[in-house]
Write a protein that binds this ligand. Structure first.
Ligand SMILES: Cc1ncc(COP(=O)(O)O)c(C=O)c1O
Length: 440
């Protein structure tokens, strides 16, 4: 791979110009941001969507497009960080939600949708006998962690460097739980990702107290870094050997097939956590489920059992939207087409990136663009990449009408056509040509 010939100063100057252009063409976003920052830390209630000099304020979405407050239209490649997988205002999902709203949305008891949603999910995920719902992926993960500790009567949880299981269980790019971390205080042991030998040693050291090995099959937030199949198999074998629970966080990766990335890989955990699009793609949703003997300890009346509840766990709009998704929208054909489009896009981007330091990592419809002279395989590699170039790409793409996550992540939606994706490939190609001095 060609060495980076540009200096950080040149990239910095290009970025200053990009910020100025962005600032000029987004006065309403700027104004709204200014009005919010006095009362909302950073002007948003969600750090990930913040960027400098101020975040674009999104006003609406329709199909595969977004519009901002200043009237710009973007092809949405962010897909609500993987949650908005069915595009904006999908008619089937919208209809199901309207019907649920019309029949009353604060019922205060068991409703007609939750059991159906559970049946549909259990029928698709062969490793899930029983499932419960929550309001977010974070909440699903935290509840599931507490549950497996209660089940095993053990404390230690092995997680992986670069893992992201929600804002309260995140294991930074360098694997350090820093002093200002908001993580829940479980007994986490942080192992290197994709390192079988280190995993074996850590399991051996902690086997008598090991409650759980908790794994993302592809680290999404850290840069779409796939787990090696042999590593995934090793987590299965080691968890079984130690009498620990193997739990996959499939909040992001479940989209790789209708049975999740686990069924694609053919390695099955004892517990799985889900979230994002299963609640309709935009509604608050999380879920955790798995083997009957683990899940049964939260059954009402279970002797010495644990208690799981939450006012909005079964909120009718999410449950109804989820049923519509699984019955009518997220079919096997749709899932394989989305995966195929994703692989196609990754290959096309790699094609136009040849001879530059742009790299694409990911699986199927989830991918991240990195600028680095070294091959990106781990979260530490991502940290060593040129973040300023990623930022420059982000602003150049915004200017050309493409909205991706600022960290370079692309999360495809089922409503986006190949022709639309082709326009993005061409835009990236133009970016690389125009910025040739900076990216080779
Ligand atoms: C793998 C993974 N787990 C958990 C979460 C947290 O989900 P939520 O944002 O719904 O709390 C995320 C969010 O991006 C995620 O990617």
């Amino acid at each position: 791979m060609a060495p980076i010939t540009s200096t950080i100063e040149q990239i910095g100057a290009a970025l200053t110009t990009a910020h100025a252009t962005y600032g000029k063409s987004n006065p309403k976003s700027s104004q709204t941001h200014k009005e919010s920052i006095g009362t909302l830390p950073g002007g948003t209630t969600r750090n990930v969507v913040h960027f400098e000099p101020f975040p674009v304020i999104l006003a609406s979405g329709q199909g595969s497009y977004l519009k901002d407050l200043d009237g710009h239209k973007y092809l949405d490649l962010c897909g609500e960080y993987s949650a908005g997988m069915f595009g904006h205002s999908h008619p089937v999902i919208t209809k199901a939600m309207h019907a649920a709203i019309d029949s009353g949305f604060a019922l205060g008891g068991v409703n007609q949708f939750e059991g159906r949603l559970a049946q549909l999910l259990c029928s698709r995920f062969s490793s899930i006998d029983k499932i419960r719902f929550s309001n977010s992926g974070t909440e699903a993960n935290l509840t599931a962690l507490a549950l497996v500790k209660a089940y095993t009567k053990r404390e230690t949880v092995i997680v992986f460097k670069g893992g992201y299981h929600g804002g309260l269980a995140t294991f930074g790019k360098d694997g350090k739980v820093t002093a200002n971390s908001m993580n829940v205080p479980h007994k986490f042991i942080i192992a290197p990702y994709n390192d079988i030998k280190a995993l074996e040693e850590m399991v051996e050291e902690h086997k008598d107290d090991l409650a759980c090995i908790f794994l993302e099959l592809m680290q999404g937030s850290s840069g779409c870094l796939p787990a090696d199949i042999e590593f995934v198999k090793a987590t299965r074998a080691k968890a079984t050997e130690a009498g620990a629970v193997l739990m996959f966080d499939e909040v992001m990766t479940s989209r790789m097939s209708t049975g999740g990335l686990q069924s694609f890989l053919g390695v099955y955990p004892d517990m799985t956590t889900l979230g994002k699009y299963f609640g309709g793609g935009g509604q608050n949703f999380g879920a955790f489920g798995g083997r009957n003997e683990i899940m049964s300890i939260i059954e009402p009346g279970h002797p010495g059992g644990a208690y799981h509840s939450g006012t909005y766990n079964n909120n009718v709009t999410t449950m109804a939207a989820g049923v519509a998704v699984l019955e009518d929208v997220w079919t096997k054909d749709v899932a394989s087409q989305l995966y195929e489009f994703g692989e196609w896009l990754q290959n096309e981007l790699r094609r136009v990136a040849a001879g530059t330091i742009l790299q694409v990592t990911g699986v199927g419809s989830l991918m991240t663009l990195h600028f680095s002279t070294q091959t990106i395989r781990s979260a530490a590699d991502v940290q060593g990449s040129v973040a300023e170039l990623r930022e420059l790409l982000f602003f150049d793409m915004l200017r050309r009408g493409f909205f991706l996550a600022q960290r370079g992540m692309i999360s495809l939606m089922t409503v986006t056509s190949k022709a639309e994706l082709q326009t993005f490939v061409e835009a990236v190609q133009q970016f690389l040509e125009e910025r040739r001095d900076l990216v080779t």
